[in-house]
Design a protein around this ligand. Structure first.
Ligand code: NAD
Ligand code: LMR
Length: 341
């Protein structure tokens, strides 16, 4: 159950300042796969800026020598190394504790996230296959869409190698939480860094389920405003895709969200207590095999799934409405790997 005694980490700034004041020895080697992309570059910049990262391994099929040379001049401790092309992928992953994967194509206006499946399924399966071979114990954080299918793909590929650890495979849904916090704060005149809205389910349209009834601080909205707020959170990715008008999808806010999630994973690996993030993971909380809920993170990845908590009638219906689509996306990912040679 979601316990208000264990408050989710609510801002990157707080996570960073907490990490800076921590006396624990932080030696994590982190890899970003897709490091030259719209998300990959600003995400790598944020990771380079963190004292939690000692080595930063940047892999892509293009441009990583330049990105790595550029970032390596920044006066922070993380040693940056660039790797380019499949023949360097194994070396990029060697010894990594955390691997973050934003590699893949983004949406254009009019596309759903599922329209990315044909291209991104192969990219994710190939990269995860390399993780299974080169760093099988690493924590894997998947940003590439469609997350509702790329996480089952990740799990199935890891299973093929006999190294799937459900506590260490995460679909990064943090951007949904970041957006929900921002939109609620805007409507209520609050500091967004102090707002925390759990967002459960998956990461596409109606599978994105904000639990506004569990927001801290407690907030209330008339029914019509709550419906509009929920729809805005569910469609926020599309809002950015439309505004970018063919130039891709959210990159900067996603880099922020990806860094926030990675720092939470690293904080927990370093023994920090009470670190909670929502993420799309293998789950027993609903009839869906994978589902996002608040998770207590620790040295071994997921310490405890905090579950859905008490839902309002409105939220119960949102969960019910998401189940069929989620099951379909999960099955599609699993079948893709089953058919792989
Ligand atoms: P982008 O096109 O700007 O960057 C993608 C990068 O991946 C490029 O540098 C490309 O060279 C690289 N790449 C392609 N194939 C690769 C391979 N086989 N190995 C390594 N790298 C490879 O796209 P972007 O805007 O950074 O978005 C990346 C992905 O993240 C998309 O699938 C997008 O839908 C997804 N995304 C997810 C969320 C989320 O909340 N989880 C948010 C935003 C975007
Ligand atoms: C997002 O939520 O911004 C991402 O999933 C990218 C997209 O395609 O909307």
């Amino acid at each position: 159950m979601f316990s208000h005694a264990v408050r989710p980490t609510s801002s990157l700034a707080r996570s960073l300042s907490r990490s800076l004041s921590s006396s624990s020895p932080n030696h994590a080697k982190v890899a970003v796969l897709g490091a030259s992309g719209g998300i990959g570059q600003p995400l790598s910049l944020l990771l380079k800026n963190s004292p939690l990262v000692s080595q930063l391994s940047l892999y892509d099929i293009a441009h990583t020598p330049g990105v790595a040379a550029d970032l390596s001049h920044i006066e922070t401790r993380a040693q940056v190394k660039g790797y380019m092309g499949p023949e360097q992928l194994g070396a990029a992953l060697q010894g990594c504790e955390v691997v973050v994967i934003p590699a893949g194509v983004p949406r254009k206006p009019g596309m759903t996230r599922d329209d990315l499946f044909n291209t991104n399924a192969t990219i994710v399966a190939t990269l995860v296959d390399a993780c299974a071979r080169s760093c099988p114990g690493a924590t894997i954080c998947i940003i590439a869409n469609p997350v509702n299918s790329t996480i089952p793909i990740t799990a199935e590929v890891m299973k093929k190698h006999g190294v799937f650890n459900p506590n260490r495979v995460f679909g990064v849904t943090t951007l949904d939480i970041v957006r929900a916090n921002t939109f609620v704060a805007e409507l209520k005149g609050l500091d967004p860094a102090r707002v925390n809205v759990p967002v459960v389910g998956g990461h596409a349209g109606k599978t994105i389920i904000p639990l506004v009834s569990q927001c801290t601080p407690k907030v209330e909205f008339p029914a019509e405003q709550l419906s509009a707020l929920t729809a805005r959170i569910q469609d926020a990715g599309t809002e950015v895709v439309k505004a970018k008008a063919g130039a891709g999808s959210a990159t900067l806010s996603m880099a922020y969200a990806g860094a926030r999630f990675t720092f939470s994973v690293l904080d927990a690996l370093n023994g920090k207590e009470g670190v909670v993030e929502c993420a799309f993971v293998r789950s027993e909380e609903t009839e869906c095999k994978y589902f996002s809920t608040p998770l207590l993170l620790g040295k071994n990845g997921i310490e405890k799934n905090l579950g859905l908590g008490k839902l309002s009638a409105f939220e119960e219906k949102l969960v019910g409405d998401a189940v069929d689509e989620l099951k379909g996306s999960i099955k599609k990912g699993e079948e893709f790997v089953a058919k792989m040679k």
